[in-house]
Design a protein around this ligand. Structure first.
Ligand code: FAD
Length: 394
């Protein structure tokens, strides 16, 4: 079989690229190891920056999102027993959309496959990349029903298979550098069947550890609790979770948290990596396949979308007009925003975890940084820009 572009992975990155290619009538196929039902219900991110929604909209991919997403333009820090509301929207003239990732993935699959007639193959096994150095690369996989091996010859491969995929490792070690960062900190990521206790994101900076609340919908709320890296979620029974959340998010005059059933409980290690370059021959990495950012500042899906806009547009320009400039500049253009967001996440990680570090000096400087956000308009404006991603030019 011969295709123009093979996209490996149907997450936000792969599906956005597929949607852009279909709109430009570029032949492509998307390969995904999981089922459609699985990817449409896998809970993960929920915060999308305004510029990303605007760019999705320009490509006809945001209709349902803009109808249904909540708009957020403030967050609240809680520290030293007090609440501090931070209205970043007023400062940066921009806002966030809260839209759960499974809904975005559902919209993107529908648009790519059902509306634009794109070819998507679910449940594939043993995906392998071949001949990336040549101008005729190929991707092979095992068919889920028959067990038979299929080979797709193509012009380009988009590696969008996330942090645990195979495309990153198809770049020979001597041709890429992977910069890694590990904070040595874990977060217990929880989803609870409760409405959020406030109308905005909460960050609790507490001597017992960080705690966060991220609204997802009127029925479901995400919470985070700092914990040892690699901790077992079973160490966190219902009562311990709610006691710690109440303690770490407690502040004078704060409305009580609504307790309820926990429908997801997993430990995430706060680590990240950046692959440089994001390309090798005819392979282009996009999203978590090429760079992982800890969920500290809710940046991962936004970076995945940024890569996808650049790669989708660049592939379409090359195939339809012979214009290779987008592909040539792809890696450097993506990495500029990636490093900007990594730096912000690291800065925020220092704030979230400094007070609980056990080091009184670090605790003191952390609280000074936090207070500065509420006393210095320049510090507040800089934070707002970075939190909303408006500082990095698109
Ligand atoms: P993925 O979404 O991981 O998609 C990759 C796809 O490839 C998957 O469907 C996978 O099944 C498939 N796949 C894997 N291996 C193969 C293979 N060999 N062959 C074919 N297919 C394969 N980001 C934000 O911006 N805001 C947030 O608020 C936020 N919160 C988060 C909370 C949590 C708990 C987690 C875990 C992440 C969060 N993120 C957040 C990060 C965000 O979810 C990711 O950055 C985003 O999903 C990356 O999209 P992607 O398309 O690159 O990869």
């Amino acid at each position: 079989e011969r295709r123009t572009v093979v996209v490996v992975g149907a997450g936000p990155a792969g599906l956005t690229i597929g949607g852009i290619l279909r709109a430009a009538s570029v032949d492509c196929v998307v390969l995904e190891t999981e089922s459609r039902q699985f990817i449409e219900t896998r809970p993960r991110a929920g915060v999308i920056e305004e510029w990303a929604v605007r760019e999705l909209g320009r490509r006809g991919l945001a209709e349902r999102l803009t109808e249904r997403a909540e708009v957020h333009s403030a967050c609240e820090f809680r520290f030293a027993g007090e609440r501090y509301r931070f209205s970043y929207g007023d400062l940066a003239g921009s806002h966030h959309y809260v839209y759960p990732q499974p809904l975005l993935v559902t919209d993107l699959v529908r648009e790519y496959a059902d509306v634009r007639g794109g070819d998507i193959r679910f449940g594939v096994r043993d995906v392998t990349l071949h001949d990336l150095d040549s101008d005729r690369p190929a991707v092979s996989y095992r068919c889920p029903r028959t067990g038979e091996r299929r080979l797709l010859r193509c012009d380009f491969v988009a590696g969008c298979d996330g942090a645990r995929g195979v495309t990153r490792d198809a770049i020979p070690e001597e041709r890429r550098r992977i910069a890694r960062q590990d904070d040595g900190i874990g977060w217990l990521a929880l989803l609870a069947e409760v409405p959020p206790s406030t109308d905005c994101v909460l960050f609790g900076v507490h001597p017992r550890g960080f705690a966060g609340q991220m609204p997802r919908s009127p029925e479901v709320t995400r919470f985070y609790l700092q914990c040892p890296p690699g901790d077992d979620p079973e160490n966190w029974p219902y009562d311990r979770v709610w006691t710690e959340l109440r303690e770490r998010l407690g502040a004078a005059g704060a409305p009580p948290l609504t307790e309820g059933r926990l429908i997801e409980k997993r430990v995430l290690d706060m680590h990240g990596y950046v692959v440089d370059p994001l390309t090798h021959g005819r392979l282009f990495l996009a999203g978590d396949a090429g760079h992982l950012v800890a969920p500290i500042a809710a940046k991962g899906m936004n970076l995945a979308l940024h890569d996808a806009f650049l790669l989708g547009d660049a592939l379409a320009a090359y195939v339809t007009k012979g214009d290779g400039s987008g592909l040539d500049g792809y890696s450097a253009a993506c990495l500029r925003r990636v490093w900007d967001y990594q730096e912000f996440s690291q800065w925020l990680s220092d704030i979230y975890h400094g007070v609980a570090s056990g080091d009184p000096f670090r605790a003191g400087t952390t609280l000074a940084r936090l207070r500065r956000l509420f006393t210095s308009p320049a510090a507040a404006a800089a934070f707002a820009e970075q939190y909303l991603g408006t500082a990095a030019a698109y």
